[in-house]
Design a protein around this ligand. Structure first.
Ligand code: NAP
Length: 279
């Protein structure tokens, strides 16, 4: 089959991968824009990741998303790594280039920012410090993005302090590490507050923080999107803050990949949200 007549294929690679919402999201966009293409979940063990990746372009795959547990390991396999993926130390979007090289990018941070810009209209990143809870893989993308858009100070707390200290040494002096018990002081004066921990997810305990110092002018967001509105967001909203759920980040991080693979910038709107929620 010639290059030109091939229907573009894209996969999300992970293990387990059945829970991923990405096939529903990309499938929705493909249908909406009338694009001939396929996006499928592929369960790949860590040991097979490189073999699978090197074979995929020969099968007509033009790229892939990578999810748990491959987001970090992929950097040892990719031929070209974007600066932001290198800084974050993980990638979620792969492009299989015409020259045969695998390019790895990370769009989580851009998705995080796009979600806030779309859903918290008055959000001004430079207006004050950000309080970030959690220091896992997602926190790295969030912190890199917050610094890039001009947040002057990042106050960071994590259950395991050493992980927060590692982020401080990777991202520099704008990051100030707090103990978890200092949450009240962290939130005091913060104009952006972010939960990047997995607390609050269905089946996990809630994220419980003292919100007495939370400003009603703050924008509060949660990366968790199952449930859509976490207890943490409910409490922040009760205090008058603007709250933004994590689903928009998932949708926005997917858009650059879709555009690269299928040649169409997809819209992230209510219809997109509804399509993913009903899948
Ligand atoms: P991760 O690397 O495993 O990090 C998990 C984080 O949660 C760590 O900071 C961990 O603290 C903390 N944590 C877990 N259980 C805790 C507990 N019982 N008490 C206090 N802290 C706890 O995971 P990740 O990739 O960063 O993902 C974090 C969350 O973000 C997940 O819910 C994920 O689904 C979500 N996420 C959403 C999007 C989106 O598009 N909306 C994108 C990426 C991730 P320790 O370091 O102490 O273990």
């Amino acid at each position: 089959m010639s290059e030109h007549s091939r229907i573009p294929l894209v996969a999300v690679l992970g293990t387990p991968v059945a829970h991923s919402r990405s096939p529903a999201l990309h499938g929705y966009w493909l249908k909406r824009y009338g694009i001939k293409g396929h996006y499928i979940p592929v369960d790949v063990a860590q040991a097979d990741l490189e073999t699978v990746l090197r074979t995929m372009p020969k099968m007509g795959f033009v790229g892939a998303n990578v999810t748990i547990p491959h987001k970090e390991a992929i950097l040892n396999i990719a031929d070209v790594i974007t600066d932001r993926a290198a800084l974050i130390g993980a990638a979620n979007t792969l492009i299989f280039r015409k020259d045969g090289k695998i390019q790895a990018d990370n769009t989580d941070g851009a998705g995080f920012i796009a979600n806030l810009r779309q859903n918290a209209a008055g959000w001004v990143p430079s207006s004050g410090p950000a309080a970030v809870f959690g220091a896992g893989g997602a926190a790295r993308a969030v912190i890199a993005a917050l610094i890039e858009v001009g947040v002057p100070e990042i106050r960071l707390a994590n259950r395991t302090r050493a992980r927060a200290d590692a982020l401080r040494s990777d991202f520099g002096a704008k990051v100030h590490v707090y103990e978890w018990v200092q949450a009240e002081a962290m939130i005091d004066g913060a104009t952006t507050v972010v939960n990047t921990t997995s607390l609050g997810m269905t089946g996990k305990p809630d994220l419980v923080l003292p919100l007495s110092t939370l400003s009603p002018a703050a924008v509060v967001t949660d990366l968790v999107y199952t449930p859509l509105k976490t207890q943490f967001l409910i409490e922040a909203e009760e205090r008058g803050a603007t709250v933004v759920d994590g689903l928009g980040m998932l949708l926005h991080q997917a858009a650059p990949g879709f555009e690269r693979w299928f040649g169409q910038r997809p819209e992230v709107d209510e219809a997109t949200r509804a399509a993913v929620l009903s899948a």
